[in-house]
Design a protein around this ligand. Sequence first.
Ligand SMILES: Nc1ncnc2c1ncn2[C@@H]1O[C@H](COP(=O)(O)OP(=O)(O)OP(=O)(O)O)[C@@H](O)[C@H]1O
Length: 299
Amino acid sequence: MPVADSPPVFHARGLTKKYGRRGKVALDDVNLNIPSGRVIGLVGPNGAGKSTLLHLACGLIEPTSGSLAVLGSRPAANASHLARVGFVAQNTPVYGSFTVAEHLVLGQKLNPAWDPALAQRRIRQVGLNPAQKAGQLSGGQRAQLALTIAAAKRPELLIFDEPAAALDPLARKGFLQNLMEFVLELGASAVLSSHLLGDIEQVCDHIIVLCNSKVELAGDTGDLLACHARLMAPRADFDRLAAGVEVISVEHNGNYSSAIVRTDAATDPLHPVSLEELVLAYMTRAAAGVESASWEVAR
Ligand SMILES: Nc1ncnc2c1ncn2[C@@H]1O[C@H](COP(=O)(O)OP(=O)(O)OP(=O)(O)O)[C@@H](O)[C@H]1O
């Protein structure tokens, strides 16, 4: 894994992206500092701005205002920076009329640090036929090809936009396993956007929760899990919570309530939360904020 003094994977300051003449806001004043050496899960509801952030990070689009540095430089600043980042887009695009072997030849031509041995070995390991046209591969095989091409660049950062969404559970498991093997073999960082919280929980050690174009939560999963818990108590107790306890989301069931709280205090009775519960709590809070804001406007 990269050393502690490596530049951050993402360093965003006031990062804002608006689309089109109407200025549709996709990212709104985002601040982030994501250390290297992590497998980062980027989660959030549809339209939250995840793909926009990843496209900005790959230099495919420009911010409207603010700044984003990726591995310490402007995204896609030059050929050598491009070579440091491997990107697997949504639906893992490949050239349908090219064979698997032709993809590897193309990869070698286009990438100065291409590792042919790694590419060949991985193609063999995942059982891809070099002579097969990519257009005839299954979704899982296409994803494995796209992952191999991204990894054979030997990048410092691998970026995946919902790479496994269309795969069946077995293919997804294989894909995630390979992804983790690559991360270890390359000593790379990875950013993985996904709606599949189970996948995120399985492979990520850092998360970014993006809701309504803003960062709702970001941090190392271990740290976040340590300062969140489920609090179950009579409903009335929630009116007099200890100082330092913040309710993120709460469900009432008769006179009893169950809440996900952020706490630096030891409050009884607290139960640990899973990463999935934590992410859902922040997404629920953000959705409730939008609902009450639009209700205010409607009044
Ligand atoms: N090229 C574009 N032109 C106009 N609006 C766009 C464009 N791309 C994205 N948007 C809008 O920006 C917002 C964020 O979109 P984005 O694709 O980044 O979200 P996302 O979190 O990746 O969503 P999903 O989970 O559905 O893939 C959405 O409201 C979307 O409609």
